[in-house]
Design a protein around this ligand. Structure first.
Ligand code: ADP
Length: 292
């Protein structure tokens, strides 16, 4: 199953005095209001949908608010204002019990440092979410063993994380989020620590895994090349604002502002893929625009 997520008018402010600030400014503070209060709007009135079954990539430079946005979507932090609907459930209104349940059963999260348990083997790390769900040991180990094969880690079942390469550790992290059969994965820069070759391999594997499993995926990266490789759509963040959301083609052909234009123009790989896609259809005009 894959699920839809919607966020509406989502804000997250960092800094002392953030409570009540938005109400005081009718949810429309100017940059000067924020600056004089010493607040940072890491997420600044952001609204968008993540469609069921798509890979949505959230992209932007370091500090643009990507991680904070994902933390609001997963309710790991409480947004200052707005709404997050996860499969129709308002996460900001949900009780802590139902939130915990949704996180355990429906959300898979993979972060840059993999979050593996150092004193547990590969198999036990993968099986861990089922342990929390109190699934009997024999069943969870059988399931974990299946996933070891899915992510290509056969023969490594009894190794500890420190004995694995970064790419292998990453696979353990991915298998662990798969085991709970969650509906949505959130991945925050999962491949950024990997060397380019392994990174490329992981991106390809990730795409094939996604097409087999048809999960809804929110994937954070600062790399437009990676965004285009993986994303059905890309959301571009700048200083807490959502600059634009769309397919790579839409961003390239109709950038919403100069920032988006600059971003996509400096992404030769993106240009290449987009140009190839556009070369196929009808009008000659499309081709000349794309090759500029
Ligand atoms: P990204 O993931 O795009 O690198 P972040 O969401 O981490 O961006 O950060 C967005 C903004 O919020 C940045 O200006 C950052 O300095 C600020 N920020 C992030 N976390 C905190 C925090 N815990 N306290 C104060 N400011 C923070």
């Amino acid at each position: 199953k894959s699920v839809k997520i919607s966020c509406k008018n989502l804000w997250h402010l960092f800094g002392k005095g953030s409570a009540g600030f938005l109400d005081k400014h009718q949810h429309n503070p100017s940059e000067a209001d924020l600056a004089s209060a010493g607040l940072i709007a890491a997420v600044h009135d952001v609204s968008f949908d993540v469609y069921a079954g798509e890979i949505l990539v959230i992209m932007g430079l370091s500090g643009s608010g990507k991680s904070t946005l994902v933390r609001c979507l997963t309710r790991l932090i409480e947004p200052s204002a707005g709404q997050v609907l996860f499969d129709g459930v308002d996460l900001l209104q949900a009780s802590s019990r139902s939130l915990t349940d949704i996180r355990r059963r429906k959300m898979g999260m993979v972060f840059q440092n993999f979050g593996l348990l150092p004193h547990r083997t590969v198999l036990d790390n993968i099986a861990f979410p089922l342990e929390i769900q109190k699934v009997p040991k024999a069943d969870r180990l059988t399931k974990a063993q299946e996933l070891v094969a899915t992510v290509g880690l056969e023969g490594r079942e009894h190794n500890f994380p420190r004995e694995l390469s970064g790419g292998q550790q990453q696979r353990v992290g991915i298998a662990r989020s798969l085991i709970g059969e969650c509906d949505v994965w959130f991945l925050d820069e999962p491949f950024s620590a990997l060397d380019p070759l392994i990174r490329r391999e992981m991106q390809d594997e990730f795409v094939s895994l996604q097409s087999r499993l048809n999960k809804t995926i929110v994937f954070v990266t600062h790399d437009f090349d990676e965004a285009v490789r993986l994303g059905d759509r890309v959301a571009i963040m700048k200083d807490g604002h959502l600059s634009q959301i769309g397919t790579a083609e839409e961003l390239l052909m109709t950038p919403a502002n100069d920032y988006v234009k600059k971003f996509v123009q400096h992404a030769p790989r993106a240009k290449l893929i987009t140009t190839q896609k556009i070369m196929v259809p009808a009008k000659a005009g499309d081709i000349s625009v794309a090759t500029h």
